[in-house]
Design a binder for this molecule. Sequence first.
Ligand code: ZN
Length: 147
Amino acid sequence: MEILCVYCGDLFEASPRHKNQIACKKPACQRARKAEWQRRKMRTDPVYSAYQKISQKEWARTHPGYWKTYRKNHPEKADRNRVLQAVRNRKARTKNAHVKMETPLIAKMDASKGDGFQPLGQFWLIPVIAKMDALKVNIVKVPLCYP
Ligand SMILES: [Zn+2]
């Protein structure tokens, strides 16, 4: 029986031995599936999550300078992480009873310059309601003659 891959949207032949199969055999889809599995495991399994954190710390200790170099070579990833960390901090703070609302609610990522009050680019919409996830949006200029 053929089913749709949730990652690439292609049809693939489902293995009769694997129930609940959601991803095709393509390496990118398998990587996405494994990454999703790990993210869920980190969220739901405190023991696994604790071991992963220890293991990551140990790896970073034996590879000094790796993350510094990575951030230097991938400034867009560093920016993204800064924004997402702000979201995580906000979530952590709003768990406490004394909630303080903060600005900015919209973090500017790579907006093009010189547009006055017409910011274009990639943004993160960071909700005030703590339970909601941040949303990445791309704002583009549409010509006036657009149908
Ligand atoms: Zn796929």
